[in-house]
Each structure stands twice: as C-alpha cells, then as structure tokens.
Design a binder for this molecule. Sequence first.
Ligand SMILES: Cc1ncc(COP(=O)(O)O)c(C=O)c1O
Length: 346
Amino acid sequence: MTLEKLRKIPRVKLCNAASPLEPHHNLARLSGAKNFLIKRDDTNCFATGGNKARHMEYYLGDVMKRGADTLILLGGRIHNLSRMAAAACAKYGIECHIIIEEDESGLCGEPQDLREILSSSMLDAHIHIHAPFKNHQQAKIAMQKLADSLKEQGRLPYMLHHDSDRMPVEAFGYIHAAAEIVDQLDEMDQEVDVIFCAVGSGTTVAGLLFGLRSLGCDVPVVGVSVGFFPADYLKQQIRTKIDQIAQLLDEDDLVEDEDILVTDDYSTQVVVTSDIDPNHPVALAAKYEGLLIDPFFNSKSIYAAFDYAKQHPESQVMLLNTGNVTPSYYNPKTMAQRPSLLQEAV
Ligand SMILES: Cc1ncc(COP(=O)(O)O)c(C=O)c1O
C-alpha cells in the first residue's frame, strides 16, 4: 500500500537502486558475528552517492511539482546535501543557490568548505558566502532575502530549509530502501537481528523505520548519532518526521515511541586516516574487506555495529552504509600540488 502511494508522488531519477546488500565474512569473523551485512548506499552512484542521492530524488520531484526553477539551500561544513543538490539541479536544469556561512577566521577556508564550494561551483551552483548566523532564524531570513531578490529577477525559487514544520518528502527515498532490504533478505534467505544507521537530522532513519514497519518487518533499527545532536533530541526529531510521513501518505503510524532507538555513545569515532587505530572497524573494513568507509558519518555507525557484534556473539547485524566516502578523503590542497608533480615528471 505504502509503495503504491509513493508511485503517485513526484520523483526524479538519480540513483541506480536497488543498492547491493552484501555479506562481509571477514568483518563477521573479526567481530564474532554470524553475519555482518552491509547495505551499500555508498554505491548509489549519482555524484559520488550516499543517502542524499535518495533524498534528492524526492526533493527535486517536489521542486518540479511546485513549478519552481530555482533551489535555495543552506550549505554547511561537511555538507553532502550541497553537493548532491548542485548535481541534481545541474542534471534537471534547475538553478541552484547555496548559502554558506563564513567560518570564524573569516576565510571560509576549512578544507571541507573549500571542497564543497569547489565541487558545487563545478556543478554550476551559485555560492553565497554569508557572515556567521547567530541562530537558525537569521539563516532563514537570509534565505528569504535571497529568494525575494531572485523573484525580482523573474525566478521562481524553492527554499529547502530544515524546520520541523517542513514536510520531509525526502524521507520517502528510505521507504524504497526498506523495501529493497526486505526483498533482499528474503532472496538471500537471511535474517538480521538489528540494523545500524548514521543519524544527522533523522530523515534517513525516519524513512527506513516507517518503511520497514509498514512492510511488516520488525527488525530493530539503531540510529547512531554522527555527533551533531544528542540522542534524546534525535529521537524527538525522528518521531516528528515519522508522524509527518504518515500524514503525507495518509497511512497509520505503525512506529511506537519505544521503537525509536538512537545512541550518541559513538560520536567521538571520527577517523583521522594518518593516525588510525589498526583495530578500528574502519581500518579493519579497509584491510580485510577492501571496503572504504567514510571517516565521519559511517565511522560511528560501523563502530556501533561492530561493538554490538562483539557483545552478542553469533548475532546477525546489518549496517546501512550511507556513503560519502570519496569526498571525505579528498583533500583539495593535495590535489592542487598535482600539476607541479606531473610537470616534474615530464
Ligand atoms: C553521508 C551521510 N550519512 C548520514 C547522514 C545522516 O542522515 P540524516 O540527516 O538523514 O540523519 C548524512 C547527513 O548529514 C550524510 O551526509
């Protein structure tokens, strides 16, 4: 029923879903799990992939449904959404405007910021550097000002903000992911005890949980805070988003409060590649599976999954890998040195 209703909701095509669900025998052996499955949303393909590819399919569907020709959003320090929004807009001929806060040094010069600015600019987004915002309200005012000036120029802007009163259409992407998981487990004749997934705003977990429960799958989902917010706040956010999804689809809300599980115990598990503990699950995944896990978002969720497996021998765990590996490792400063290295070699 839920999937039927989703067919009627405007969506653009960006992902090459279904993403694979793969067993990782070496991680299972090293953690003591019976099975260590990874849902490879890092392979979603579009603009280096990740969970935002699924989100953007519905964001852009909504932009087009409303007849807008311009998208405005707030960028951030490690903001995959900016990159994906710029890429999706490039593909569908929408003008993309990204407001990025200047950092405190006034340089806007964190490597991550530079990276996002660079890639978004290459993807033809308009970047607006803004003095630091004191609060979210100020940021919204800046978005509104930009929208007003674009309207004066004859454009029809759509503002993508993160207020809790905005309906999270992008979460629908993870109802599809839930359906894929249910089908894939069935095809593999496989069960899982628990699914771990990174949580920043809660949108991904809200869609996943709603999707799984509406498909009759009761596997617990543990959201692992990436460190932006504490667990209690994230639980509330996920609750609100699930209620909104149910409202949007006009369906019963099958997710109980006790079913919303979030931990913030792993927020410090950021990986610095030059100084990585060889026993960190990110290092083990690379060394024994040839699998690169991003050092910021999924470094925490894989740590939580690994920890669970160590504490529950013979368990069957799944990690939903939300991606972003390539840009997180990419360092523009190193890349900038390349032409001179090449010149030396010639
Ligand atoms: C790679 C990656 N994983 C996970 C998340 C968290 O997703 P959500 O904001 O839907 O909780 C984000 C977004 O911040 C992300 O970019």
